[in-house]
Design a protein around this ligand. Structure first.
Ligand code: FAQ
Length: 311
């Protein structure tokens, strides 16, 4: 690395000019991006599982078609993100193998089970809603291919969030049993959704450097606060409640103040001891093994096409 390369990199970061794959970048910047984009990609593909669980049991053909489209979108997001990671010089197969070997993380939220139909609309509303808050900020992240992938992903996540909220309004206006099912789903997903933003700022080892490099443009706590401020009025509009006895609106700051997150639970989930960690990885491993013949056939076909005497 020359001083000139470092100077040019620093200048691009300062002037918010995107870093592109062919540009020189510090090794630690590249590694941080591979870690974050790789984990983000894994979250999208593991994130297909909890909702995919309800594809055969959606309550109407309309809901089934919407859910199928949403789950397919999440697969597409994973593919854009693996492609963005590959521009940093890593192989998609290696990243994916690290997921299967439990050497790379994916979002904690997908280690919770989907117990009733109400979990599907609540995931669309709260989980995609939290993902959007984080990802809208990432549309201006300093690495060009990641930022551009985020723009398309955010458009689709926005549709996911709205369909989720719309389906929640139907339950909220339904029978007592439906309202109760919705409240129960909110109770189970509220806190895990807040955990999606990561540890508190004083406990986030990667934040300072990622903020300096403008990979992250806001801290974990700032984005979590934005999500709470956006979402509490939506809960109230549904006639539901937030499962937090300490929640109140602070007139002086214009923000909702909320209770303490259970960080022990968060740490357990990201250490692999959540309710569904084993089930999720087992499902991905099984799919990878069952798909071996498809990969072999695709390779054989492409080798045949490349052969000089191919018809
Ligand atoms: N779960 O120092 P920090 C979606 C880890 S997409 C698991 O604060 P950082 C769409 C973190 O990796 C959801 N691990 O880390 C969808 C680090 O571990 P490491 C995914 C977590 O990177 C919807 C350690 O803790 N979105 O849902 C979590 O600066 C519906 C220390 O943390 C993204 O990935 C967590 N919640 O900030 C799909 C967004 N939080 O690697 C299907 C991009 C933290 O040092 C259905 N990522 N950790 O071993 C980010 O913005 C950041 O990576 C953060 C974490 C904010 C997640």
């Amino acid at each position: 690395m020359s001083d000139e390369q470092q100077r040019r990199f620093d200048q691009r970061i300062a002037s918010e000019t995107a870093i592109e794959p062919q540009d020189w970048m510090p090794d630690a910047y590249r590694k941080t991006l591979i870690r974050q984009i790789g984990q983000h990609a894994h979250s999208e593909v593991v994130g297909m599982l909890p909702e995919g669980n309800w594809l055969t049991r959606a309550p109407s053909l309309r809901r089934k078609a919407i859910l199928l489209a949403k789950v397919q979108d999440e697969a597409g997001h994973g593919l854009y993100l693996y492609s963005a990671a590959e521009t940093l010089g890593c192989a998609r197969e290696d990243l994916y193998q690290k997921l299967l070997d439990n050497q790379m993380k994916y979002s904690s939220i997908f280690n919770y089970p989907t117990l009733t139909w109400a979990d599907v609309p609540v995931i669309g509303w709260l989980v995609d809603g939290a993902a959007i808050v984080n990802q809208v900020a990432l549309c201006r992240t300093s690495y060009g291919p990641y930022a551009r992938a985020m723009v398309k992903i955010c458009k689709e996540e926005s549709f996911h969030q709205r369909q989720g909220y719309e389906a929640c309004t139907v339950l909220a206006n339904g029978s007592d049993a439906q309202r109760q099912m919705l409240q129960d789903a909110i109770n189970r997903f509220w806190w895990p959704a807040l955990m999606m933003f990561g540890p508190g700022d004083d406990n986030s080892p990667n934040s300072a450097r990622s903020l300096a490099w403008k990979i992250k443009l806001h801290t974990n706590d700032e984005l979590r606060q934005r999500f709470v401020d956006n979402t509490v009025p939506q809960v109230e509009l549904l006639g539901m409640t937030v499962p937090d006895a300490d929640l109140y609106f602070d007139e002086a700051t214009g923000h909702y103040r909320f209770g303490e997150i259970n960080w022990d639970e968060f740490n357990q989930v990201i250490a692999g001891q959540g309710i569904c960690n084993e089930e999720r990885l087992a499902a991905k491993r099984q799919a990878w093994e069952a798909g071996a013949w498809v990969r072999e056939a695709a390779l054989a076909w492409s080798a045949k096409q490349a052969a000089p005497d191919a018809a």
